[in-house]
Design a protein around this ligand. Structure first.
Ligand SMILES: NC(=O)c1ccc[n+]([C@@H]2O[C@H](COP(=O)([O-])OP(=O)(O)OC[C@H]3O[C@@H](n4cnc5c(N)ncnc54)[C@H](OP(=O)(O)O)[C@@H]3O)[C@@H](O)[C@H]2O)c1
Length: 213
């Protein structure tokens, strides 16, 4: 998928923002299948990489559909990459606050913040993660799993290795995983099937000619 992403974005020139918006839309639709109109907020947990950008893009759609939101960034929001930062700016302009969580101690304060949510979006780590999950993401994953709420994961459950399906210390247990382009091998083998829940595959407008072997 990394080389397909590179071909779509680098070679064909499809703007990353466009793919991110479709990824966000696919996540928002998955939330809508779990709760059609939620009085409880949707908690959107975002990393500072592109996986987090997909979560922020989902937040924009959910806000438009009238869902109350709680948006979390694992780290300092000024570390967000270019396109995710665009969504952060849009969301703030729409009056949606972004809560930062940069340490394990700050993550420990989020128990009820997550438990009060109707659905949790996990957009902390995608296929760019490497090695054992570090703080504050590790503590956030434990809090997400402990909240007892349905979780929609972006691309792969955070903490699951996309290639091997092994848990990198700790991993989200999702109710639904919306995977972008093609399913990641790690979703299908080892610990993957026990963590992905229902697997939804969305092409996010990546041309089908790139998705066939
Ligand atoms: N919208 C699009 O255009 C598009 C297209 C395809 C895919 N995607 C999405 O983008 C994702 C890939 O994005 P990405 O390459 O930016 O990677 P990522 O999956 O978002 O992960 C990168 C981030 O995770 C952190 N990280 C890496 N290893 C970690 C660890 N062990 N513990 C804690 N944090 C860790 C990195 O921090 P450091 O930098 O500090 O290491 C970095 O902030 C895909 O899974 C998919 O969701 C988006």
């Amino acid at each position: 998928m990394r080389s397909i992403d590179a071909a779509a974005i680098g070679t064909l020139g499809i703007p990353r923002l466009l793919l991110m918006d479709h990824a966000g839309l696919a996540l928002a639709r998955a939330v809508r299948t779990l709760t059609s109109a939620s009085p409880a907020p949707i908690a959107v947990c975002c990393g500072v990489g592109f996986n987090g950008g997909d979560g922020l893009a989902a937040a924009r759609h959910l806000h438009e559909w009238g869902y109350p939101l709680r948006i979390l960034v694992a780290g300092r929001a000024d570390r967000l990459r270019e396109e995710p930062a665009v969504y952060a700016r849009i969301l703030r302009g729409l009056g949606c606050a972004l809560r930062e969580c940069a340490t394990a101690e700050e993550a420990a304060e989020l128990g009820s913040w997550l438990a009060d949510a109707g659905v949790i979006i996990d957009a902390l780590l995608g296929i760019g993660a490497a090695g054992t999950v570090r703080e504050p993401v590790a503590s956030l994953i434990r809090r997400i799993n402990g909240a007892g709420k349905p979780v929609v994961s972006a691309d792969i459950p955070s903490g699951l290795d996309g290639d091997t399906g092994r848990i990198q210390g700790v991993a989200v247990r999702a109710a639904v995983t919306v995977t972008f382009g093609l399913p990641k091998r790690g979703c299908l083998i080892a610990n993957g099937p026990a963590h992905v829940g229902e697997l939804v595959i969305d092409p996010i407008t990546i041309p089908s000619s790139l998705l066939v072997p």
